[in-house]
Design a protein around this ligand. Structure first.
Ligand SMILES: Cc1ncc(COP(=O)(O)O)c(C=O)c1O
Length: 365
C-alpha cells in the first residue's frame, strides 16, 4: 500500500470551468493561465485536457512554454513576463511563443534582434498595479516603435492587469479601466492600426463584463475556486478541480490535560480521540494552519489540533462515532473550499494549491 496522500485532479470540472469562462464572455477569446504548474494542478495534463478548447495558453516564462511544446501543445503560448534576453526572443519567434513587452529593454531586444520571422507582442500597460508595464504617457511612443518594426507581427495586443478585481466594491478597478481606456485613446493617431485588447482575470470575467476584451486571461476560476469571499451567482457555478486527500494512519485516546504535537500547542480540555493524518507541510499543507482548521474525516468536519508537522497533522475526531485507520480525509476540495482553509492561514487558495510539491502524486480523473 502506498502513502495515501494524493491530489486528485478532476479534468471534467476543469473543462466545465473553462466553458463557463467562455460562456460569460462569448465575444472574447479565453486564454487559460497554466503557469506555476497550472496553479499546482500539473501544467502538461491541464493544458492537454484543455487543448481542444483553448486558443492559446499563458505561462510566466519560456521554460514553461518549452515544456508545453515538448509535450505536444501546438497553440500559441504567451509569456506573461516577456523575455529575459535576446536569445529568448529568437527562440520564441521560432516556436510561436508570444511575449509581453513591458519595459524598454524587452522592446529593444525585440526590435534589434535578427529574427527568422516576426513575433507576436502584447504591449503591457501599467494601469495602476505598478508591477509591470509601460506608463500610460509612454504607450503611444512605444506602440509606434513596435508598429514600425518588421520584427513585430500585427495586430499588437494592449494588455493590463487588475490589482483589486476580487474586491468588487473597490473603485480601483474602475480607475485602472479608465487608465486603460485613456491609453487606448492615445493610440488613435495610428488610425486603422489599432491594437487588440486584454484585461480580465478570473474575478473580472465572473463579475465585470465591461472588462471583457479580445482576450480574457482566467487562472484561478479554471481550477474551480471563487476569487470572492462572498457568494456570487457566477462564481458559485465553479467546480473544484483539486481534492487534496489522505487518510487516518494512527489513532489514540488522550486524557484531559494532555498536549498534542510539536511545542504542545493544543491541550485537551476533556478526554479526546486524536487521529493522525498522513499530510504535512512537506506536502504543501500550510504549517500556519491554526487549531480548529477544518479537516474532513469520513466526510465530517473535525478540527485540526496541534502544530502541523512535516509529514503529518493531528485532528480531534472525538465527535465521530466511528473512526478507523485508513478512513478517508479531505484537506480541501469539492466539500471544503481551499479558500476557507487559506483564509484561516492568512493566505489565499492560489498559494496553497501552487505550493503542493512533486512528492504528492497528482491523480487525473
Ligand atoms: C498577467 C496575469 N493575467 C492573468 C492572471 C490570472 O489571474 P487569476 O488567477 O486571478 O484569474 C494572472 C495571475 O496571476 C496574471 O498575472
Amino acid at each position: 500500500m502506498s502513502r495515501p496522500t494524493k491530489a486528485l485532479i478532476n479534468l471534467d470540472a476543469l473543462r466545465n470551468n473553462f466553458r463557463l469562462a467562455q460562456a460569460l464572455a462569448p465575444s472574447s477569446q479565453t486564454m487559460p493561465m497554466v503557469k506555476a504548474n497550472a496553479y499546482g494542478h500539473g501544467m502538461v495534463p491541464v493544458a492537454t485536457a484543455l487543448a481542444d478548447l483553448a486558443p492559446a495558453f499563458g505561462v510566466a516564462c519560456i521554460e514553461e512554454a518549452l515544456e508545453l511544446r515538448k509535450a505536444g501543445i501546438t497553440q500559441p503560448i504567451l509569456l506573461l513576463e516577456g523575455t529575459f534576453s535576446a536569445e529568448e526572443v529568437a527562440i520564441a519567434a521560432l516556436k510561436n511563443i508570444w511575449m509581453m513587452v513591458e519595459n524598454h529593454a524587452q522592446k529593444e531586444a525585440i526590435i534589434n534582434t535578427e529574427l527568422p520571422m516576426s513575433v507576436y507582442v502584447w504591449l503591457g500597460l501599467d494601469s495602476g498595479m505598478h508591477r509591470l508595464g509601460f506608463q500610460p504617457s509612454d504607450i503611444a511612443d512605444v506602440y509606434g516603435q513596435l508598429l514600425n518594426s518588421r520584427n513585430v507581427h500585427k495586430p499588437i495586443v494592449l494588455a493590463s492587469h487588475f490589482a483589486c478585481a476580487e474586491d468588487l466594491k473597490n473603485s480601483y478597478t474602475q480607475q485602472q479601466l479608465d487608465s486603460f481606456n485613456q491609453a487606448l485613446a492615445s493610440l488613435s493617431e495610428y488610425g486603422d492600426a489599432q491594437p487588440l485588447q486584454s484585461l480580465a482575470n478570473s474575478a473580472s470575467i465572473l463579475a465585470r463584463p465591461d472588462t471583457h476584451r479580445d482576450w480574457n486571461r482566467p487562472g484561478y476560476m479554471l481550477y474551480g475556486s471563487s476569487p470572492f469571499d462572498h457568494p456570487h451567482s457566477n462564481a458559485d457555478k465553479l467546480q473544484a478541480v483539486m481534492t487534496l486527500t489522505s487518510a487516518v494512519i494512527s489513532l489514540r485516546h488522550i486524557a484531559a490535560g494532555e498536549v498534542v504535537g510539536y511545542s504542545g500547542r493544543w491541550r485537551a480540555d476533556k478526554p479526546s480521540t486524536i487521529a493522525t493524518i498522513a499530510i504535512g507541510y512537506g506536502d504543501g499543507y500550510p504549517r500556519g494552519a491554526p487549531n480548529g482548521t477544518p479537516v474532513l474525516v469520513n466526510g465530517v468536519e473535525c478540527p485540526l489540533v496541534g502544530n502541523v508537522s512535516m509529514d503529518m497533522i493531528t485532528v480531534d475526531v472525538s465527535a465521530l462515532t466511528r473512526v478507523a485507520i485508513g478512513d478517508p480525509v479531505e484537506l480541501w476540495g469539492p466539500n471544503l473550499a481551499v479558500s476557507r482553509v487559506a483564509k484561516l492561514c492568512n493566505t489565499i487558495g492560489y498559494e496553497l494549491m501552487t505550493r503542493i510539491p512533486a512528492r504528492v502524486p497528482r491523480i487525473y480523473q
